[in-house]
Design a protein around this ligand. Structure first.
Ligand code: AMP
Length: 284
């Protein structure tokens, strides 16, 4: 069963009556199979799942795509209903606020900032982005009070920021990271892929191919990381890379000499569309 709630007051009222542990999937909507994989896992683990659809103005910079971000509620509800139909004894409560003021009433003053992690890589390219993300997720956690919240590793730095926020603020929620869902071409699914022209779509394959090539080169061996770094500096001659960086997977530190898990994080930009991807590599 799928219920739709459009106002925060109604959400609070409904939540106050729940007796089950809640699974939670926060999204900005325009759902694809990546989002559906989060919902499926949440439904496999909970009788009641809350699913938010909210294009959060606080995580967009002034020149970013907040205005044109695809808002497709009817289509999203049908993705959710299809998924929920496979779990007939579960309930999905969709929270899709009618207006940003439902979440951020005028005059609100609070911002959550996770220092360090929020100002590097994606945070450096998009100042204020992770403050906007952490603030909305914190607020949604307060409203939904989930036991487990599901986040895609596609947004790996976001997953680390949220995990750190939960730890720092002793929030009683488990953060479950979920694998990246890709097209057969390797391109990670994203609501922003639809901005790509056919030529840009073909060019976008460089992103996942490069991450795969670097993973294969490292082949699980820490000794090959220096070779990978050389190759990265060569790749970076292509100006479409916003960044392509090899970091410690837990801390995102540049020094990976003692790391057992590394991550390669990248943004490849085609026109005004920034395509974000990463891979995780175990090394010894
Ligand atoms: P968004 O609506 O883009 O903010 O994403 C909502 C959630 O879905 C986030 O936790 C994302 O990391 C996750 N997500 C987006 N794309 C994918 C994907 N291709 N595979 C897995 N999770 C994803």
């Amino acid at each position: 069963m799928v219920a739709l709630i459009r106002e925060t007051a109604e959400l609070c009222q409904r939540r106050s009556k729940e007796s089950h542990a809640i699974g939670f999937v926060p999204t900005m909507g325009n759902l694809h199979a990546g989002h559906a994989s989060l919902l499926e896992r949440a439904l496999a683990e909970h009788t009641v799942v809350y699913f938010s659809i909210f294009v959060n103005p606080k995580q967009f910079g002034p020149s970013e795509d907040y205005g044109r971000y695809p808002r497709t509620l009817e289509q999203d509800l049908s993705v959710i209903r299809d998924c929920a139909a496979r779990f007939p004894s579960s309930q999905v409560v969709v929270f899709a606020p009618t207006d940003p003021t439902e979440v951020f009433p005028p005059g609100d003053t609070q911002t959550i900032a996770v220092s360090g992690l929020s100002t590097i890589l994606e945070g450096k390219s998009r100042p204020g982005h992770f403050e906007g993300v952490a603030t909305v997720v914190y607020k949604l956690f307060n409203l939904v009070r989930p036991s487990t919240a599901y986040f895609g590793l596609k947004d790996y730095q976001q997953y680390l920021v949220i995990s750190q926020m939960v730890k720092d603020l002793c929030l009683p929620v488990k953060i479950q990271g979920m694998p990246i869902i890709r097209e057969t071409s390797g391109l990670a699914l994203s609501s922003r892929n639809q901005y790509l022209s056919p030529d840009q779509r073909a060019a976008s394959l460089v992103l996942s191919q490069t991450l795969r090539e670097l993973t294969d080169l490292i082949g699980g061996s820490r000794d090959r990381i220096s070779k990978a770094r050389l190759l990265i500096s060569d790749f970076l001659k292509d100006p479409n890379w916003n960044y392509l960086e090899l970091r410690d997977a837990q801390t995102l530190a540049e020094d990976v000499d003692r790391s057992t898990h590394i991550t390669i994080l990248a943004v490849y930009q085609l026109g005004s569309t920034r395509l974000l991807d990463n891979v995780q590599v175990e090394v010894s």
